[in-house]
Design a protein. Structure first.
Length: 313
């Protein structure tokens, strides 16, 4: 199949419309894997380089009393007490987990868009929403084991020295295989709005920017569009998924994943609705860096693989 996103009636001025075309040729079928490769590459890289920020953000959320003076003070405190290496806690499961998660999230999203467009009779907006929900759910299931280990490594000193190869077997040995998926509802609460905010807003904003800039520029700068759309998408994704991120951290900070209902009740009792947005400042920096770099890299890798930049076709 091929996906055509247009902003007008011509190829030079595409309109935000999803069209579905099917091809039985090898060339048509071979396009699928490129989205998965691009997604896995950009997710592994962007999450890996921002691991130190994620460590600080997770510590603030898991232990707000000990790290109540902000992100910079928390960073200094962690380095002072545990050394610089503590900022790389969970790097292994982060890179592997998000590499797999990114491949499936981007790949499933791109593949599902034309399928839902056909099922929903070209209702593009709903097709994009449904594709993002399915992609987020798939990513949540795949990411659960890695995220359980990552958060445990960051919040539980007993797991600080475990690697990916030793940490996962230890979790299974101590808590059982099912415990790796004990926080699946919390993961869904984070990943579905996160995927929706990131993928759909990036598509929409990039398409809108190409429309606007094509009217004032003879040649639209793809870097300008990618970076601008990615930055805006990062803000949308961060705000929509912040409550889910707080729920996820709270779920995994104990010896065993807490039940979804008890976690929600505990967070609300501790600080009301505002408690669900604790650590938002640190997360805006963290998620902003991740998503902006991730989506720009995604566009670059897609083009290297012969696919057009998001919103440009």
């Amino acid at each position: 199949y091929s996906i055509n996103l247009r902003l007008g009636g011509s190829w030079k001025q595409p309109s935000f419309r999803c069209e579905l075309g099917w091809s039985s040729s090898a060339e048509g079928v071979s396009r699928d894997y490129r989205f998965f490769v691009a997604g896995g590459t950009c997710a592994a890289f962007s999450h890996g380089i921002t691991t130190p920020i994620d460590v600080v953000k997770t510590r603030i959320q898991a232990n707000p009393e000990a790290y109540s003076d902000g992100m910079l003070a928390a960073t200094v405190e962690i380095v002072k007490n545990e050394g610089p290496g503590a900022l790389l806690s969970g790097l292994g499961p982060t890179v592997v987990g998000y590499g797999i998660e990114g491949a499936m999230k981007f790949g499933v999203y791109e593949v599902a868009k034309p399928i839902f467009a056909a099922l929903l009779k070209d209702n593009t907006a709903m097709a994009f929403v449904m594709a993002s929900v399915i992609a987020g759910a798939v990513a949540a299931l795949l990411l659960c084991p890695m995220e359980s280990l990552r958060i445990r490594q960051v919040t539980d000193p007993k797991y600080a020295n475990d690697s990916l190869l030793t940490g996962l077997p230890r979790l299974i040995r101590e808590n059982g295989f099912a415990s790796l998926f004990g926080g699946v509802l919390a993961m869904l609460a984070k990943q579905v709005p996160y995927t929706f905010g990131k993928q759909v807003s990036f598509d929409v904003i990039a398409a809108a920017l190409y429309t606007f800039l094509s009217n004032i520029m003879e040649v639209v700068n793809k870097w300008l569009v990618s970076i601008s759309a990615a930055f805006c998408a990062s803000l949308v994704a961060c705000i929509l998924s912040q409550p889910g991120d707080m729920i996820l951290t709270e779920t995994y900070k104990g010896r065993e994943p807490g039940s979804f209902g008890k976690v929600l009740g505990g967070l609300y009792e501790r600080g009301g609705l505002t408690e669900f947005f604790r650590g938002t400042g640190a997360r805006i920096v963290h998620v902003g860096m991740i998503i902006t770099s991730q989506l720009v890299i995604y566009d670059v890798v897609k083009q290297l693989l012969g696919l057009p930049a998001t919103g440009s076709h």
